[in-house]
Structure formats: C-alpha cells, structure tokens
Design a binder for this molecule. Structure first.
Ligand code: IDP
Ligand code: MG
Length: 153
C-alpha cells in the first residue's frame, strides 16, 4: 500500500474546516497512519517548496504557510498518492472541480486548503521530511475487507 503526505494549510486551520477535511479522507477509506500539528520553519518550507523558490510569489507562499500551525497527516491506502491528489483537485481553487477539496472550499491559487504529494517518489521524500519513523504507525485496518476486495490490496 502507498503512503502519502497531506498538509492542512493555514487556510484550513484558520477557517475551522480541518476536521471536515480529515473526515473526507477517513470516509474515503484511507487509513491515517501519522498526524501532528507543527509550525513550519523557513528552512523546511524552502525545501518543501524548492520547485517554486525562483517564483516572484515564493516569499508570499512561505509567509502564508506560517500564519498558523499546520496539521501534517500521512494517509495510507491502495494507490493513495493519486487518490489523495484527485481528492485535492487542481492547484487553483477557482478551477478545481466541485467535489474536490479545493473545488469545494477554495477560490484561491495560494489559499487552497491542502497540500498533497504529487508522486510516489515525492510522497516518500515528503513523509521523511516531516515525520520520524516512530511517528508513522502500523496498525490493522479492521474494515479492510469492507473497503477493498481481497485481491486489491
Ligand atoms: P500543488 O499544491 O497543486 O502541488 P504547486 O505548483 O506544487 O501546486 O504549488 C505549491 C503551492 O504553492 C500551491 O498549492 C499554492 O498554495 C502555491 N502556489 C502555486 N502556484 C502559485 C501561484 O501562481 N500564485 C500563488 N501561489 C501559488
Ligand atoms: Mg506540488
């Protein structure tokens, strides 16, 4: 099974919808195997958003991610990386389809509620960036036979 990183950004925390967003992942059938609230440092954001560091809006994104603590979450499931990315929707909340998290809760490119890892390789790097091994839990998902057919996992 895959694991992927979700960040509930300050736009989710400040608007008081973190619980609703977490609930969506739970209801989908993903297993939460890691979760914590942290304040993101300049250094960690410079690594996390390294692909944007030459953009004129980089410092604005960084500041925005530091306006409150964030909730970091690791979700596990079959094909979890793509499943979570699809649930997040495209980056711009105005273009994200209704039914997606960004499509339902955001009208902004920047203030778009969640981060979701964009590939299996990225997910692995991002989980290690934010979580130590003992913060990721292995425990039985009791309803697995009700969530997947037994040849799917
Ligand atoms: P993603 O979050 O959909 O993977 P990325 O291109 O990796 O999108 O950008 C990371 C984050 O940076 C976005 O979620 C958004 O918050 C912010 N961002 C990306 N492009 C812009 C922009 O053009 N203006 C303002 N913020 C942006
Ligand atoms: Mg990205």
């Amino acid at each position: 099974m895959q694991k992927t990183l979700v960040i509930l950004k300050p736009s989710a925390i400040q608007r008081g919808i973190a619980g609703e967003i977490i609930s969506r992942f739970e209801k989908k059938g993903l297993q939460i195997v890691g979760m914590k609230m942290v304040e993101l440092s300049d250094e960690i954001l410079e690594n996390h958003y390294a692909h944007l560091k030459n953009k004129p809006f980089f410092s604005r994104i960084k500041n925005s991610m530091q306006t409150s603590p964030v909730i970091l979450m690791v979700a596990k499931g079959v094909g979890a990386v793509e499943v979570v990315r699809k649930m997040a929707g495209v980056t711009n909340g105005r273009e994200a389809l209704p039914g997606t998290i960004r499509g339902d809760y955001s009208v902004s490119v920047q203030e778009n509620i969640v981060h979701a890892s964009d590939s299996i390789e990225t997910a692995d790097i991002e989980i290690k960036r934010f979580f130590s091994e003992d913060e990721i839990f292995e425990y039985p998902q009791q309803l697995l036979p009700n969530i997947y057919a037994n040849d799917e996992y």
